[in-house]
Design a protein around this ligand. Structure first.
Ligand code: UDP
Ligand code: MG
Length: 329
């Protein structure tokens, strides 16, 4: 199969028939073999009923329904597990992303060899203040912190090689940072394509202001886990050691200074009257705490079920037969 189209949706009943018809038009015109996987993220409206009708009408449509609303990341992850196509495309259900982009995205993956291509809503049709401006800032931060040169990390329209979606796990609100997850899994060829963006035709946006808090927190988690997930002590230990040593020598200096002054009959104050004493004490305590955190984190990661799971790209060896022959030579 050429393309799997994964569509996470939550209360999008009005958009679904139009979206399916449009996708079918494009896919048939281009002659792709394809499947549309609609993941209903616990909709309260008639979305699931409509998906049922679409499945009856078209052999290409598959539906998966969650018991409750788990979030877009969960829906994507489930869709990724089900997808069978050579190229997997994700798109929003609200008709803001255009199916006309699919052939070119497919071509970039298959012909130009990209591992993933992310859409870029260059001319974005969303409210300026609540979406576009904050999003520019987040994308800039994400670019700086991850080294991935994308303008629009959170674009719903993305295309992947099948291996990529089978190798990553999207959870929490991590759908915003899938390119980071992909890079972390070792897929470095990440491209970008400017895509058309429409205004929302039906319904309302499913993400409110909680985005402003969750987005940056998730970015920090993703970066921390990708760098130090398997060696947390390197993070906590370095920081703890540095702060502890700072406090230790500062306290030492305060003590030595006091003794020196006493010896030479210079005027002096009680060590506990010196504000720097408390600062150095705090440093030593914080440093120790960071160290202990590091040990605990090491214990946690030691028991992680995936602690020794690596993505092996290829393996090579001479077969047993050949090896025996080799010995005879
Ligand atoms: N979505 C979902 N589960 C949720 C929230 C959203 O599956 O809990 C889907 C939603 O139905 C849509 C896509 O994620 O297909 C993007 O959501 P939305 O259009 O509301 O986001 P926006 O475009 O406003 O950023
Ligand atoms: Mg939308």
């Amino acid at each position: 199969m050429d393309i799997s189209i994964v569509i996470p949706l939550f209360n999008e009943e009005e958009s679904l028939p139009e979206l399916e018809a449009w996708l079918r038009r494009v896919m048939e015109r281009e002659g792709f073999s394809y499947e549309v996987i609609m993941v209903d993220d616990g909709s309260k409206d008639d979305s699931w009923k409509i998906i049922g009708q679409l499945v009856q009408q078209s052999p290409h449509v598959r539906g998966i329904k969650f018991q409750r609303n788990y979030g877009k990341s969960a829906a994507l992850n489930t869709g990724f597990l089900a997808a069978a196509g050579r190229v997997v495309v994700t798109m929003d259900a609200d008709l803001q992303d255009s199916p006309e982009e699919l052939p070119e995205l497919y071509r970039m993956i298959v012909e130009e060899g990209y591992d993933m291509v992310s859409g870029w809503k260059k001319n974005r049709k969303d409210p300026l203040l609540s979406k576009n401006i904050p999003s520019k800032f987040y994308n800039w931060t994400a670019r700086m912190m991850t080294g991935i040169k994308l303008h629009d990390f959170n674009c719903g329209l993305k295309a992947y090689k099948r291996e990529v979606v089978k190798s990553i796990e999207v959870y929490g609100d991590m759908h915003r940072y899938i390119p980071v997850l992909a890079k972390w899994a070792g897929f470095n060829k990440i491209g970008e394509k400017v895509v058309v963006h429409q205004e929302r035709k039906y319904g309302t946006s499913k993400f409110g202001i909680e985005r402003f808090i969750r987005g940056p927190l998730d970015l920090m988690s993703v970066i921390f886990i990708s760098r130090f997930g398997k060696r947390p002590m390197h993070f906590f230990g370095t920081l703890g050691l540095f702060i502890f040593i700072l406090g230790f020598f500062a306290a030492g200096y305060i003590g030595i200074n006091k003794l020196y002054r006493l010896n030479n009959h210079l005027p002096t104050i009680l060590v506990t009257d010196n504000p720097y004493f408390f600062i150095s004490l705090a440093c030593m305590i914080i440093g120790t705490l960071l160290f202990v955190t590091g040990f605990l984190a090491e214990l946690v990661s030691r028991y992680a079920p995936d602690r020794n799971q690596y993505l092996i790209e290829e393996q090579i060896e001479r077969s047993m037969e050949r090896r025996k022959e080799g010995k005879k030579e």
